[in-house]
Design a protein. Structure first.
Length: 360
C-alpha cells in the first residue's frame, strides 16, 4: 500500500483546508513542539494554506537546537583529550560552540565519530579498549530508550570504557514553562513520535493546568491539517484536553517496555534549555546505579564561560517570540552551510527549514 496516496491526497487536503476556513472564527496561535512538524509544515507549505487568523509558531522541538552552549563546549573540551573518542548523532557535530565546534575539532584531528545507533557506540568501545568512549546523548523521549538500552547492555557486559554525557530532555515541563512565561499559545500540535514512546497521557496535566487543547499529530500533510482542524474546533467549543489524531501509531499508554527501560536507567533533573533557561525536572540524568557510566561524574572539567553567538536570536525563536527572517544574520552570514546559531544546523531547526523551503 502506498501511504502517500492516503496522507498526501490532494482532494482530502482541499477538503480539510475548506473546513478549517469555515471553522476559523477568531485569531489563534498554535505551537508545534516537534522538529518533524516544523520541517513538514514548511516542506508542504501548510502555513501558506491557512486563513490569516491562524498563526503557526515553531517552539522548542529540535533536540540539538535546545541543547545548551555549555554542553557543546564541554564536548569540545572532551574531544581535545587524547584518551577519548566522542561518538554522536550527525547533526550535533555542526552546532557552533563558543569558540569552535565538533566538526572543526574533528578536522583538526580529534577522534569524533558519527553514529546512527547506540549499538555502534558500544561496538566502538569494544574495538578501542584503550580509549574512553563518550556518547553525546541528546534528544527527547523518542531517542532516550536507545540510550537506556546501550547502558543496560554496557552494564550487563561490564564494559568499562563506555560513558554517556546526557542532555536528554522531557517535553511536558517546557510546554508548561512557555505558557507560564506568558507566551500566547491557544493550542499545541503535540509531538507524534514522542508519544509513540510515552503515550498521550503525559500531556494531560499540561492541558488541564493551562486549559489548552493538545492534538497529537502525525507528520503527513493531511495529518497536520486534520490536527489543526481539531484544534480550531476544540478552541471554538472552549474545550481542553488531549486528542490523538495520530492513532495509527500513538496509544494513550505508549510503549510500556521502552518506558520501563528508561525508568530503570534515568531519573528527572533540572536542565538548561537554550533561550529558555533552567527548567525544573525537564532533563534526565543517570541513576546512581549507572553512575560509573556518567561522563559528567567520571570526567569533571572546568571550561570558560559559554557565550552565545553575537546577533543570533535562536533563543527567542525557540520560544516563539521571533521568526527566523527577523534575525539580521538569517540568509546572509547564517546559512546551513555556515550556521551561526543552532537553529540553522538541523533540518528540524526552524531557521534551517525556513531557509531550505524559502517560504518567507
Amino acid at each position: 500500500m502506498n501511504f502517500n496516496n492516503i496522507y498526501r491526497n490532494k482532494e482530502l487536503a482541499i477538503q480539510l483546508i475548506k473546513k478549517i476556513q469555515e471553522a476559523t472564527k477568531k485569531p489563534v496561535q498554535l505551537m508545534e513542539v516537534c522538529g518533524g512538524h516544523t520541517m513538514a509544515i514548511r516542506k508542504f507549505g501548510i502555513n501558506t494554506l491557512l486563513p490569516a487568523e491562524i498563526e503557526l509558531i515553531s517552539g522548542p522541538g529540535c533536540p540539538i537546537c535546545v541543547t545548551g552552549q555549555e554542553y557543546v563546549d564541554t564536548l569540545i573540551e572532551y574531544s581535545r583529550q587524547s584518551d577519548k573518542i566522542i561518538v554522536t548523532y550527525g547533526d550535533l557535530i555542526r552546532v557552533p560552540g563558543t569558540c569552535s565546534s565538533l566538526d572543526k575539532e574533528k578536522a583538526a584531528g580529534a577522534d569524533i565519530r558519527i553514529i546512527y545507533s547506540t549499538s555502534e557506540a558500544l561496538d566502538i568501545a569494544h574495538k578501542n579498549p584503550q580509549k574512553n568512549i563518550i556518547f553525546a546523548a541528546i534528544g527527547f523521549e523518542t531517542t532516550t530508550p536507545a540510550t537506556a538500552i546501550a547502558l543496560l547492555q554496557a552494564k550487563k557486559e561490564t564494559i568499562k570504557n563506555f560513558y554517556v554525557y546526557s542532555a536528554h530532555k522531557i517535553m511536558p515541563p517546557v510546554m508548561h514553562a512557555l505558557v507560564e512565561d506568558g507566551i500566547k499559545i491557544d493550542g499545541y500540535i503535540g509531538p507524534g513520535h514522542v508519544c509513540t514512546i510515552t503515550g498521550s497521557m503525559i500531556f494531560t496535566h499540561v492541558a488541564e493546568k493551562h486549559k489548552l487543547p493538545i492534538v497529537i499529530s502525525g507528520f503527513e500533510p493531511t495529518d497536520i491539517l486534520e490536527s489543526i482542524l481539531r484544534l480550531i474546533c476544540l478552541i471554538n467549543e472552549n474545550k481542553f484536553g488531549v486528542d490523538i489524531q495520530y492513532r495509527r501509531l500513538v496509544k494513550e499508554a505508549g510503549n510500556l517496555k521502552a518506558q520501563q527501560m528508561v525508568q530503570e536507567v534515568f531519573e528527572p533533573c533540572n536542565d538548561y534549555w537554550r533561550g529558555i533557561g533552567n527548567i525544573p525536572m525537564s532533563g534526565l540524568k543517570l541513576k546512581k546505579e549507572f553512575a560509573k557510566f556518567d561522563a559528567s561524574l567520571c570526567f569533571p572539567i572546568d571550561i570558560p564561560k559559554s557565550i552565545e553567538p553575537v546577533g543570533c536570536i535562536c533563543g527567542q525563536i525557540l520560544k516563539g517570540l521571533k521568526k527566523p527572517n527577523e534575525c539580521k544574520l538569517f540568509g546572509t552570514l547564517c546559512s546551513p552551510i555556515n550556521p551561526i546559531g543552532a537553529c540553522m544546523v538541523s533540518p528540524e531547526g526552524t531557521c534551517n527549514s525556513l531557509y531550505k523551503y524559502l517560504i518567507l
